[in-house]
Design a protein around this ligand. Sequence first.
Ligand SMILES: Nc1ncnc2c1ncn2[C@@H]1O[C@H](COP(=O)(O)OP(=O)(O)O)[C@@H](O)[C@H]1O
Ligand SMILES: [Mg+2]
Length: 350
Amino acid sequence: MDLTDRDIKKREELNDVHDQKSYRNPESPYLVGIINDVHQYHRFFVKAALEMKISFDVIDIHRNDWWDKLRAEDYDGFLIWPNGMRESLKSAYDSRVKMIVDYLKKPVYPDYLSIWLYENKIRGLDWLRVNEFPTIPTSVYYSKEEAMQHLKTNQLPVVFKTNLGASGKGVYIVKTESEFRKRVQQCFSVGLKSYGVSPYSESRGYAYIQKFIPGMEEWRMVRIGDAFFGHRKMADENSGKHSGTLLKGWEKPSEELLDLLYEVTERGGFRSMNVDMFRDHEGNIYINELHAVWGQSTEHLMIIDNIPGRYIRENGRWKFEEGSFVKGHSGIARIEYFLKQIGKSEKQLS
Ligand SMILES: Nc1ncnc2c1ncn2[C@@H]1O[C@H](COP(=O)(O)OP(=O)(O)O)[C@@H](O)[C@H]1O
Ligand SMILES: [Mg+2]
């Protein structure tokens, strides 16, 4: 059995609301569709909807009857926790969510652009560059010959990354020329491995090569609805990587970081977005990654001077509000925002 299939089985068993495929409350003003995630992260929407007493059905868009199921009821909208485990499953989000938006004409959360950008490092980089946001100097090659020339104009060390991958499992720091040649060769033959995603995942035919930023700080900056959060991600002492360590640095994010988070999310219309940023020794800030959904290992996403809370933006200024705003993997915060949006558009229509 493919390890990822075994992993899926295990996750299903651990999901305590796995059998809750539907819920109806006659008082609920909304009926939402919750898209099933093979990794079971959609359980945070299920749990939040139950707590909020919002009617829902869980719908699997990876089944052959996906379109019939989406149209079976007059859903007010769909909550989606996209999955980046393998390209084949991911492609269903890219194309079928677009069908929901364009042809079923129903709102989705997160929005389609966020989902389209999710777990696709090349796409994310392109979007950030096209929109003129600061990115780490990176080259993407679709030809081996071109990739082999990279060191003529760039210095070692460099970082190779797979397009799909998380927790540093598809990230390779390359220090020597011979290793560089070996990695390029690999990119255009068997492909780079991204441990943790399926071995059948497609990671060949391109080379994503990035400048190595020594000793940088990594910040996780988050927007959910109109609430903003930020904390440092601390590096693992052995691997030197920040991703996947779950170590948090509860420091106050600077206004510069918050402003950049605001600009990116305003530009994209993103209302469920994690913008991972690097800050180097000289204080330069780069955006590394965009994630519409992310693993949240803590009860809070921001703690300043021992006080958990969020920032909101009022007349161009940042205002800190104390409180617990992201319970249950931010499930309630996301649904509350989404329903508020739906409510608004209904008013505009009438
Ligand atoms: N350009 C870089 N320079 C230095 N370290 C990097 C660089 N890119 C990534 N890293 C390290 O590797 C980790 C994983 O890289 P990242 O791009 O976040 O991929 P993912 O989180 O998808 O695995 C980062 O958290 C960081 O610690
Ligand atoms: Mg990362």
